[in-house]
Ligand binder design. Structure first.
Ligand code: EPZ
Length: 417
């Protein structure tokens, strides 16, 4: 798949932000805990969602597809095993481990393996499940669990891992007694998962704080639920405005989920306003460089946003520094951007972006999901034509990216040759 972009135009207009990828994936996994029918509204059309739905069907669920919703009937789920081909397609499919184990009494799946961001270990997930009395056997790249002796417990996470927090909640929600999770992740997607489960009849408090309290319930019922907007997709469109000197209105945003992003953009000279569930950004004529952006667990600056921030910082009035504290290998786009005329050096976990520089279109390769989006932004701000080769990263996380950019006045097309 190739994206062909002719850059140099200011983007302007309105774009509707998709439902959150990182909310819908754990919520779809949670749906099997209901033995009932769930309907997830504002479900984004993404390849990661398609793979998750394939997994649900593999488990024996009936899935129905609507225009912007999916229906999952898990009353007929019977299979405790996820095939390796599907685990390999979707790294975050480890999120099924807790839910399948508690629904079926056992589970078998392969370890998800690493990805373009680095090793992606799951030790915190497995340790948490063992603390809940779940038997975990790992051999030859497979994980087998047994819930026959599951019990409520105090689970302390050594790091506030998003996925490990989600897996622990999904494992504990129907275990009799009181489970406590300390040093839990605080991301909005965790709160969304908890809201979904509580609407099904769960008793979970503390979402968004570092301490989550779960009172186990015997059963959960099917519901209809609308997921939160995707804060990283919103950030991506805001950065398109910054990099092209344009102004964009966003529909379907939650300002509280974007505080770190909004503060940084305002410091760089942008005008950012919110009115209810709409946002507005106008790029400054001259972008102030970022002294130091450090990625941190929520509510800090999100790691998923750092790649898409780089293109406009290349135009910054001086040197910007980004420190990536969450993943070990998330600056793979630096070489590609330097081929377009940027002057970026990486030193360990830091990227030093020397500005101001202007970019020229080039032939580049997308290294991962957010890196691919960043290269599209860079191409939109560059003079001339760029070709972005992508083995399917971008459609994992962005719904209607080409249509949305075209509607904002960008010159972009996609070819499958
Ligand atoms: C979630 O990944 C998101 N994915 C990621 O978004 C996001 O970047 C990440 O959280 C951080 O916010 C989904 O929600 C589907 P972590 P996750 O567990 O859960 C280490 C995107 O672009 N760690 O919080 O995998 C890990 O190596 C994706 O949408 C362990 O050491 O993230 C990493 O360094 C990319 N052991 C750090 O914690 C473990 O058992 C954060 O990982 C688990 C994680």
């Amino acid at each position: 798949m190739k994206y062909i972009v002719k850059g140099g135009r200011e983007l302007g207009g309105t774009v509707r932000v998709q439902g959150a990828k990182n909310s819908v994936l754990p919520i779809l996994a949670a749906s099997i805990l209901s033995n009932d029918k769930c309907e997830i509204r504002d479900c984004p059309d993404l390849s990661d969602v398609k793979t998750t739905l394939e997994i649900l069907e593999e488990l024996g669920c009936n899935v129905t597809y609507g225009v912007d919703f999916v229906g999952v009937d898990s009353s007929s789920a019977f299979n405790p095993e996820i095939p390796e081909r599907l685990m390999r397609k979707l790294r975050s499919s480890i999120i099924f481990l807790g839910a399948v184990t508690m629904r079926m009494g056992k589970a078998r799946m392969s370890t998800p393996g690493g990805c373009h961001l680095g090793a992606r270990p799951i030790d915190l997930h497995l340790k948490a499940l063992k603390t809940l009395g779940i038997k975990v056997k790992e051999e030859a790249g497979f994980i087998e669990t047994d819930a026959s002796e599951a019990k409520s417990a105090h689970v302390h996470l050594a790091f506030p891992s998003v996925g490990a927090t989600e897996n622990t909640i999904l494992a504990a929600v129907k275990i009799k007694g009181e489970t406590l999770i300390t040093n839990a992740a605080r991301e909005p997607e965790i709160i969304d998962l908890i809201s979904f489960l509580n609407a099904m009849g769960a008793r979970i408090t503390g979402g968004g704080s570092g301490t989550i309290h779960i009172e186990g319930v015997a059963s959960l019922k099917g519901i209809t639920y609308r997921i939160i907007p995707d804060r990283i997709a919103a950030t991506t469109y805001m950065c398109m405005a910054m990099a092209t000197g344009g102004e964009i209105e966003l529909e379907n945003v939650k300002r509280d989920h974007l505080t770190a992003i909004t503060n940084e953009l305002r410091e760089e000279g942008a005008r950012v306003e919110f009115f209810g569930e709409r946002g507005y950004i106008r790029a400054p004529r001259k972008i102030r460089s970022a002294d130091m952006i450090k990625t941190m667990p929520y509510p800090g600056f999100p790691t998923d946003a750092q790649s898409v921030f780089i293109p406009h910082l290349i135009k910054g009035d001086s040197t910007s520094v980004i420190v990536e504290n969450i993943f070990e290998s998330r600056f793979k786009i630096v070489d590609e951007l330097n081929r377009m005329g940027a002057d970026i050096v990486t030193e360990g976990r830091s990227a030093i972006i020397r500005g101001p520089r202007s970019l020229t279109g080039a032939h580049v390769v997308a290294p991962d999901l957010r890196g691919g989006a960043a290269l599209v932004i860079a191409a939109l701000s560059a003079s001339g034509e760029s070709v972005i080769e992508d083995e399917g990263h971008i459609i994992r996380g962005y719904e209607s990216l080409v249509e949305n950019i075209s509607a904002l006045g960008g010159d972009i097309s996609v070819s499958n040759t």
